[in-house]
Ligand binder design. Structure first.
Ligand SMILES: Cc1cc2nc3c(=O)[nH]c(=O)nc-3n(C[C@H](O)[C@H](O)[C@H](O)COP(=O)(O)OP(=O)(O)OC[C@H]3O[C@@H](n4cnc5c(N)ncnc54)[C@H](O)[C@@H]3O)c2cc1C
Length: 397
């Protein structure tokens, strides 16, 4: 066993770090304040190959592995998680299902011609007003009429759903009812310019303010049957597997943010003097720093182990849930500790740690809440099922 990244993984990490430190970090506070989507940054990340990192080269991507992607994502998120979630949602939720389940024609068309490894962003639409954790409650419908899907309904909070460079969304729709009375769910590719497909305004958010989330509306949206992602009725399996991998990436996003909190805490601990000495000399502060460092290290190892299992083609769902829960909660503790070490300054608008404290909460919610991930972990332990099987049964109940 060894813990060294390969040369290629190291290259992705270093490239992302250099870009993030040079071009994202200096603008992170402004991006948060102005709540504007950073088109120029995304374009540069596309040029660098980061937005198509795990997309195979024959479809216009960079052909990188999952460990390399998570290392790069951590670095982007260490500078800013708004930019990080734009990358994560595009790579893990937008491109990955097309790569994993798309037909050859769909991959060539949507990844190659339209996305070109990130030239356009692709979104993944699962959540609805009445279908959050319980995706089985999907109310958006798609009916097959003369070889065309007619989609009706709406989606909520869809990341990258309404930017000027969004190519479209892969939407989960109810296409029938199974013999056991459960819904048949199918993933349908809906290009952005399809008539009847419209988007709501962006949301006012606690964090991720420079990223794009939209309500999406489908009113008699008609697309060819050939826009079925893979096969009809496979939507359920497809989104479970997509979210397994997405959870690892949200873990990496959390590690990047936790590392940023530790970085800022160290700066303040060294600089701030009270009682005639640096506050870093007080054991209470030292223990906080030590706890943060241990948790960052552990969270990073959990994320990379889950990512490595995926690259090896081995089951990784349980480890993905564990990494996501631990890393997101460690990041929350790190943000809290960083604000505490900054004292009143950390409570001021404009301070980096105040921003981190606002941003960190969503990591425990998006792509499966901590509650649902704990249930997946426990159920897979108790029943000896893989985590994906356990989740499948839970959601189908
Ligand atoms: C900024 C942002 C970006 C997002 N991006 C996307 C996106 O790109 N695509 C997309 O499809 N979705 C997206 N989402 C939606 C996100 O995945 C959901 O918010 C998440 O799945 C939780 O659903 P919910 O918010 O409806 O919570 P609910 O399902 O209403 O849950 C509320 C609470 O109840 C708990 N709960 C629910 N069921 C159970 C249970 N069986 N046992 C125990 N506890 C339970 C939950 O853990 C949670 O604490 C985004 C959300 C946000 C806020």
């Amino acid at each position: 066993m060894h813990f060294d990244p390969t040369d290629e993984q190291r290259r992705w990490r270093d490239l992302a770090r250099e870009f993030a430190e040079g071009e994202i970090r200096p603008r992170a506070a402004e991006l948060d304040r102005e709540q504007k989507f950073p088109y120029d940054i995304v374009e540069r990340m596309t040029d660098l190959g980061l937005m198509g990192l795990t997309v195979p080269e024959q479809y216009g991507g960079s052909g990188g592995d999952f460990v390399g992607y998570n290392l790069a994502l951590e670095e982007i998120c260490r500078a800013d998680t708004s930019v990080g979630i734009t990358m994560e949602a595009h790579v893990s939720l937008g491109c990955a299902p097309l790569v994993a389940f798309g037909t050859e024609e769909q991959k060539r068309r949507y990844l190659g011609e339209e996305i070109r490894g990130g030239r356009k962003l692709w979104a993944f639409g699962l959540t609805e007003e009445n279908a959050g954790t319980d995706a089985g409650g999907t109310e958006t419908t798609a009916e097959l009429v003369d070889g065309q899907w007619v989609v009706n309904g709406s989606k909520k909070w869809i990341t990258n759903g309404g930017t000027e460079i969004t190519g479209g969304v892969t939407a989960i729709a109810k296409t029938g009812t199974r013999e056991n009375g459960k819904p048949e769910l199918t993933a349908i590719i809906v290009p952005q310019d399809t008539p009847g497909f419209t988007r709501g305004p962006g949301y006012e958010k606690l964090g991720w303010r420079a990223s794009d989330q939209r309500q999406l509306y489908f009113e008699d949206v008609t697309v060819p049957e050939g826009n079925t992602l893979g096969e009809r009725g496979k939507g359920f399996r497809q989104f479970l597997s997509t979210l397994d991998a997405g959870r690892v990436a949200v873990g990496a996003l959390s590690v990047g943010l936790a590392q940023a909190c530790l970085d800022e805490a160290l700066v303040r601990a060294r600089e701030r003097r009270q009682f005639g000495r640096s506050i870093s000399e007080f054991q209470a502060i030292q223990f906080k720093l030590a706890d943060m460092a241990m948790e960052v290290e552990l969270a990073r190892n959990m994320v990379l182990k889950a990512a490595w299992l995926k690259d090896e083609g081995r089951p990784f769902g349980r480890e993905a849930s564990m990494a996501k829960v631990f890393a997101s909660e460690a990041a929350k503790r790190a943000a809290d500790g960083a604000v505490q070490i900054w004292g009143g300054e950390g409570f001021m608008e404009g301070s980096a740690v105040a921003r981190y404290w606002r941003q960190v909460k969503i990591n425990e919610i998006g792509e499966g809440t901590s509650e649902i991930n704990r249930q997946i972990i426990a159920r897979s332990l108790l029943t000896d099922e893989t985590a994906t099987e356990a989740k499948g049964k839970m959601v189908a109940q």
